[in-house]
Design a protein around this ligand. Structure first.
Ligand SMILES: [Zn+2]
Length: 269
């Protein structure tokens, strides 16, 4: 039995349900922090005898490890799912609030079947979130004509969010979310609006999209889906009229139903 547990810990399957959409050239993705294989480290650090003792102390480990063991699709083994915003100060109040709004939006949509709680540190969190900023992506140009001035703001195409999700079998074990804002605004230069607001429409669609990646959902080819890959990438002239119209998306009814089914304990599969 001890061997079995050890083997399971070592045979940690890595699943990357990542937003891999990388617009050409505009943004050089920073090297992702390599996901730490936490369970593997624990198993290696402990001498085998200790593993045995731990197991004797927790005879019902299997059930305790996965509250939703009967669910065959990818799922988190417990509720609430915990998160930690690694550089909350760096994210700035605007984006930190928006991330928390996204948690509430998901909880509300699922009638609180899905809940989030803040972890004490990134190591113990199910979902680690951090904010990064890209340089030289925003441009303001002024075109002076005879009797009027055209000001155009342009934002390079860049990823808005990148998520990596790890799983062991059908159990999700860790997720890393990176939210990407523009440098040169409130968070980096202490002036102007938030670098997470400029060029976006202020809603939580991207945050929710990334969080759903962290729940094991991949991209959808359906443009009306919140899992359409366009939620990950941004690139347009922000003064284009109507750019925000229809850009906010509700979570797909099918995803909501599946989340409720999984985490309210009613699930058959
Ligand atoms: Zn995505």
């Amino acid at each position: 039995m001890a061997k079995l547990v050890l083997m399971t810990a070592l045979l940690l399957a890595v699943l990357v349900a990542a937003c891999t959409a990388k617009p050409d050239g505009a943004y050089q993705a920073q090297p992702q922090q390599l996901p730490t294989n936490i369970e593997q480290n624990i198993a290696q650090e402990q001498p085998p005898q200790q593993v045995q003792i731990v197991q004797e102390e927790k005879p019902h480990e299997e059930g305790a490890q996965d509250r939703f063991y009967y669910v065959s699709r990818l799922h988190w083994p417990r509720m609430p799912v915990t998160y930690f915003i690694e550089n909350e100060e760096g994210c700035g109040r605007y984006e930190a609030n928006r991330i928390r709004r996204a948690f509430r939006d998901i909880s509300n949509a699922t009638g609180n079947a899905v809940l989030f709680a803040q972890a004490n540190d990134s190591g113990s969190a199910d979902i680690e979130i951090r904010c990064t900023f890209i340089e030289d992506c925003y441009e303001l140009s002024t075109d002076i004509r005879d009797d009027y001035v055209i000001r155009t703001e342009t934002i390079c195409q860049h990823p808005l969010g990148i998520t990596k999700t790890l799983a062991e079998g059908n159990r999700l074990t860790k997720a890393y979310i990176e939210m990407v804002g523009l440098a040169g605004f409130a968070e980096t230069k202490h002036e102007g609006p938030s670098g997470f607001y400029v060029g976006t429409c202020g809603h939580t669609t991207t945050e929710i999209h990334e969080l759903l990646h962290a729940f094991g959902y991949g991209h959808s080819e359906d443009n009306s889906s919140i899992m359409s890959p366009e939620a990950d990438v941004f690139g347009l002239t922000i003064q284009r009229e109507g750019a925000c119209k229809g850009s906010t998306k509700a979570i797909d009814a099918a995803i909501v139903a599946e989340l409720v089914n999984t985490y309210s304990g009613k699930a058959g599969n």
